[in-house]
Design a binder for this molecule. Sequence first.
Ligand code: SF4
Ligand code: SF4
Length: 188
Amino acid sequence: MSTIVVNRKNLNWLDKTYLPSVFLGLWITSKHFFRNLFFHFLHSLGLFRHIRAAVTYQYPEDPRPLAKRTRTRHRLTQREDGSPRCVACMMCETVCPARCINIIARDHPDPHIEKAPASFDLDLGMCVYCGYCVEVCPEDAIRMDTQILDIAAYNRDQMKLNMTELLQPRSTKGGQTPVDNPMLSTGV
Ligand code: SF4
Ligand code: SF4
């Protein structure tokens, strides 16, 4: 087995003060700061808008736009009468790797539909946002397209969603609600 000798650069007295590295860091930070300041000023005058400057989102008042495919908080889709499309087949509960879905089934009043959920609970505090529940659902009854990301709560119980909350997902603070969220105005 051969030995690899790594020759380290000997530091001179200037290197040992670390001042060159400190000033190099300051130079890089200042360069970005003044470049962005300069271009944001020009953009405010309507000039050079094709040259991009750094963008800062004032979250949570100004949330960053998300890609449509981003997996966000779950919702249960509805039939025309407002009842859940879910037929309580338990596929999502079975496939969920975090075991955070809990469904209790009941008979559906419509004889053409075998079952419906009597309760549908989902614990966001345990969910790993894998999306398996959405993929496995045969009825397109559960989706992760609310664009709601803020799931912070003061205790774990507040992160447990029941069927009512899943049918009418609402942000806990400052985020989008079903009213202003275009993803939720699809009528399903
Ligand atoms: S996203 Fe994954 S972990 Fe979360 S409820 Fe669905 S299957 Fe379970
Ligand atoms: S997989 Fe779909 S239809 Fe089946 S229990 Fe889950 S949400 Fe309901």
